[in-house]
Design a protein around this ligand. Sequence first.
Ligand code: GRF
Length: 188
Amino acid sequence: MKRIAIFASGTGSNAKKILEYFKTSSQVSVDLICTNKSDAGVLEIAKNFEVPSLLFEKEQFFMGDGYTPILKELKIDWIILAGFLWKIPLSLLRGWENKIINIHPALLPKYGGKGMYGNAVHSAVIQAKESVSGITIHYVDEQYDHGAVIFQAECAVVENDTPASLAQRIHALEHLHFPRVIEEVIRA
Ligand code: GRF
């Protein structure tokens, strides 16, 4: 059994899809949900799925051990970032080399980097009059939205799209692909 921890800062709709997908899996189990926000929606989702959760404190995350001992004790094999807004510290990058995966709501290398999350990404795509956007699933390294790309999928940007309408289309793509891509990477 491969054990994963999901890190999420927000609503957690991707986390929910991943939990649903692996609920009956005999090969992958979601053993921990981590967040940096005490009011993150993902905490409610963790409770509903009866998966333990952990609230990160800034100091321990960035300046301390990065919660490595807890994650190692739980034998976490893979870390999945599903809308997690803090930068991943070296302690975690070293502890889970090539075993941290992120999803980004645009076609990297465009529209990534610090501050590029949520509506900021979709507004920039619309403003640049792109006709196509999409999702990128990639390994995590020391730079924001920078590691090797694992998978991308595209969707159209249509006339009169708003950041909200585009976000909806992107979310649908994420929900469709992310759990399956995680499974493929873990089983490879
Ligand atoms: C997703 O769009 C993901 O690409 C980005 O953060 C968003 C998280 O959404 N990294 P949700 O909390 O899973 O609904």
